[in-house]
Design a protein around this ligand. Structure first.
Ligand code: IPM
Ligand code: MN
Length: 363
């Protein structure tokens, strides 16, 4: 299968993790009988430096002309003061791209691989067997509701809105996945206090379950309690269904329990068109940009998701995941994966390129 993939490396560590990931995509394509046509595009401050716009029209054209996007990171807090909030990359590029392209389903898989429990800050018996798939609604909720700051500076408000069909869209994706994998679906809400991501969310998910998915095991959990359970019994959960805001917060915490934000890939999917965007969830990390220190694994695992969801080739996706597991298992570590006490016996500290080379070699 041949696919047109747009690479938007963006800011901070984006370019360096992108540079080491495209050769891995090419190698896996060659091995599994696929083809990839890469194009490069500019986004974030990388685009601003050329077009004085963090999301130029040219980039929109490229996005509309491809079948999937590999995305690095955007945002540089040091340069944000230069721009009005609505012109900064998060609000001008990332969120409009999610909305315009209908990327309503964000998948964030979080795993503690067997034998790699030491990567987790949790004790081994708690970290063992963690295998979570977060499904975060990405097109609505408080992110896309009305935002208002009183010009007099007395108050500000953000509206949290959810339409029934928006909840049903992500819930049905979750139920399908649960049915396919035989896993339990846990829906997160604040039903004891709120409406949109509270009682309405819960009753919408429940009704859909009764109507079309009663064979799937569903449980509801309040967000505050779930945040605790992530650290006291994370292996008790499988597929986790959330609204936009709760998914943002909980998935960072869950990535932390797996070892590092540098390990967390994501895929954002338009369930109607099949268009997808793949991005590491860790952000631009400007403090370590350009130093060959960034962990490229989140980007490389995002490429695995590219094979799973765009090429629809499960074996190719699993090959990348297995290579990552094997390299980590052999003791190769980027700095973020080493505890404060320094590397242990048998561990080797490498940079961005060293880690990617080890994974490429393993493939
Ligand atoms: C994420 C990020 C974004 C979000 C920011 C950069 C707008 O934190 O993808 O999780 O909040 O969605
Ligand atoms: Mn986030």
């Amino acid at each position: 299968m041949k696919k047109k993939i747009l690479c938007l490396a963006g800011d901070g560590i984006g370019p360096e993790i992108m540079n080491v990931t495209t050769p891995i995509v090419e190698k896996v394509c060659a091995k599994f009988g696929h083809e990839v046509e890469f194009t490069d595009g500019l986004i974030g401050y990388a685009a601003y430096d050329k077009y004085e716009d963090t999301m130029p029209e040219k980039t929109w054209e490229q996005i509309r002309d491809c079948e999937g996007v590999l995305f690095g990171a955007v945002g540089l807090p040091d340069r944000d003061a230069q721009l009005k909030p609505e012109m900064r990359p998060e609000k001008r590029a990332l969120l409009p791209m999610r909305k315009e392209m209908g990327l309503s389903i964000n998948i964030r898989p979080i795993r503690v691989y067997e034998g790699l429990e030491e990567l987790s800050p949790l004790r081994e018996h708690l970290a063992k067997g963690v295998n979570l798939t977060f499904l975060r609604e990405l097109n609505s909720g408080i992110y896309f509701g009305k935002h208002h700051t009183d010009p007099g500076g007395a108050f500000a408000s953000d509206e949290c809105y959810y339409a029934k069909e928006e909840i049903e869209r992500i819930a049905s994706f979750g139920f399908e996945l649960a049915r396919q994998t035989g896993q339990v679906l846990t829906s997160i809400d604040k039903a004891n206090v709120l409406d949109s991501i509270g009682a309405f969310w819960r009753s919408t998910v429940s009704s859909l379950h009764e109507k079309s998915y009663s064979d799937v095991e569903l449980q509801h959990c309040l967000v505050d309690a779930f945040n605790l359970y992530l650290f006291t019994k994370p292996s008790a959960y499988q597929i986790v269904l959330t609204g936009n805001m709760f998914g943002d917060i909980l998935s960072d915490g869950a990535a932390g329990l797996a070892g590092s934000l540098g390990l967390l890939p994501s895929a954002s999917i338009n369930p109607e068109t099949g268009f997808c965007l793949y991005e590491p969830s860790g952000g631009s990390a400007p403090d370590i940009a350009g130093e060959d220190k960034a962990n490229p694994i989140a980007m490389i695992l995002s490429a695995a998701l590219l094979f799973r969801h765009t090429y629809k080739d499960e074996a190719a996706a699993c090959a990348i995941e297995a290579a990552v597991q094997s390299v980590l298992g052999s003791g190769v570590r980027t700095g973020d994966l080493v505890m404060g006490s320094g590397p242990q016996e048998g561990q080797e500290i490498v940079g961005t390129t060293g880690m990617a080379e080890a994974i490429l070699k393993c493939l």
